[in-house]
Write a protein that binds this ligand. Structure first.
Ligand code: UDP
Length: 356
């Protein structure tokens, strides 16, 4: 395996500028992996849509129109490209500069980067950030795995399983900069819910659980589907909820750490759920449905509770049992498994095995 310092080209998500939250958790993952690679002495450039901002990271801004988010489309929707596509422009740029890098790393959940892979001279690593959502994309993932084994990475085994691949792929988990999240031993009587406000996250379940438990719920995250949010407000007019907006990591953790728990209620198979490890890093237990990434992160009865999927009753019962959880176990779990160092070790190993 090569142990020299690597020249990496990261190609970002085409659904929005980095820092806007439209890309969801992959924005934070890209940022964290990039800063850890730089800290380890690798060199790196990030191609990302115009307007992207990530503190102190080298970004080459690429113009063009954004890609439609995959979650809002049906499984059989044909692949669509807007005129002057930022995705196509980023990959055309990558094609031109590929000779300057050892490895290109794709963070887009999209058909095109997989399709162009055989036409590149340089190796491309694909980090897949969501579970299976599209037939056309699934087929392309299968083709790339067959042709270039080892080049596809997922967050978790349960996410990888949604693609029905018959070979083992890298599962890289996630990580956060623990120094940005402060441990809070004595919370106030609030619940938290974090994430993109969109139907696949089933915020309405958390709202109902908060109402039944009569504990205020603080909601933070990108307003992706305003109509969906309005429907929740109309359906549950008396629920004790407050929407605080899409906050910076610093401001978000200030609110989050004071809560008795984070509720995670995704209807879909969540690939990972960065918000789970952000909560754990603050010492906040996570109550989540037992499926997808959160079921691999939460240690039931120790760092939170795993409840029957889609059961509001299950959420309510778990909330009542929160005093059983020792919040220091939550922080400890983040320190052991989800530090930037641990994340960097996993990604660096993946990159080096690919280049050997
Ligand atoms: N987030 C944020 N500010 C907020 C609420 C959420 O920056 O006020 C970020 C959070 O740090 C996380 C992302 O939004 O990185 C949500 O990602 P997650 O992996 O939980 O779900 P996804 O959106 O990818 O489905």
């Amino acid at each position: 395996m090569p142990n020299y310092s690597l020249k990496l080209l990261f190609v970002s998500t085409p659904v929005g500028a980095l820092g806007t939250g439209i890309g969801g958790g992959v924005e934070l993952s890209l940022y964290n992996i990039a800063q850890e690679m730089l800290r380890r002495g690798h060199s790196l450039q990030i191609l990302a849509p115009v307007g992207s901002k990530l503190a102190q990271l080298p970004i080459i801004e690429i113009p063009g129109n954004r890609q439609i988010i995959a979650q809002s489309q049906g499984r059989d929707t044909p692949i669509m490209m807007p005129d002057n596509s930022v995705l196509a422009n980023m990959w055309e740029y990558a094609r031109q500069v590929q000779g300057e890098y050892d490895l290109i790393v794709n963070f887009a959940y999209d058909w095109l980067p997989f399709y162009v892979t055989p036409f590149f001279d340089k190796a491309i690593a694909h980090f897949v950030s969501m579970g299976s959502l599209s037939v056309a994309m699934d087929k392309m993932v299968v083709q790339v795995v067959a042709k270039f084994p080892g080049t596809i990475g997922f967050y978790t085994p349960s996410q990888a399983a949604t693609f029905a691949l018959n070979t083992e792929c890298a599962c890289l988990s996630s990580g956060v900069d623990l120094s940005l999240y402060e441990f809070c031993p004595n919370p106030n009587n609030y619940l938290a819910w974090l994430g993109r406000i969109a139907p696949e996250k089933a915020l309405e379940d958390a709202v109902q659980a908060a109402q039944i438990s009569n504990i205020p719920l603080k909601i933070m995250g990108k307003m992706q589907d305003e109509e969906y949010w309005q429907k929740i407000c109309i359906t549950y007019p008396n629920a004790p909820i407050e929407y605080l907006g899409f906050l910076s990591t610093t401001n978000m953790q200030q609110q989050l750490r004071q809560c008795i728990a984070l509720l995670m209620t995704p209807r879909w198979i969540e690939a990972f759920g960065n918000v789970a490890i952000e909560a754990l890093a603050c010492g906040v237990p996570v109550i989540a449905y037992r499926r997808g990434g959160p079921a691999e992160i939460v240690q039931d009865g120790k760092t939170g509770f795993l409840v029957e999927p889609d059961s509001v009753k299950g959420l309510v019962s778990a909330i009542a049992h929160l005093p059983q959880i020792d919040r220091s176990n939550c922080r400890q779990s983040a320190e052991t498994d989800y530090s930037l160092e641990a994340l960097g070790d996993r990604f660096e190993h993946w990159f080096r095995v690919m280049l050997k």
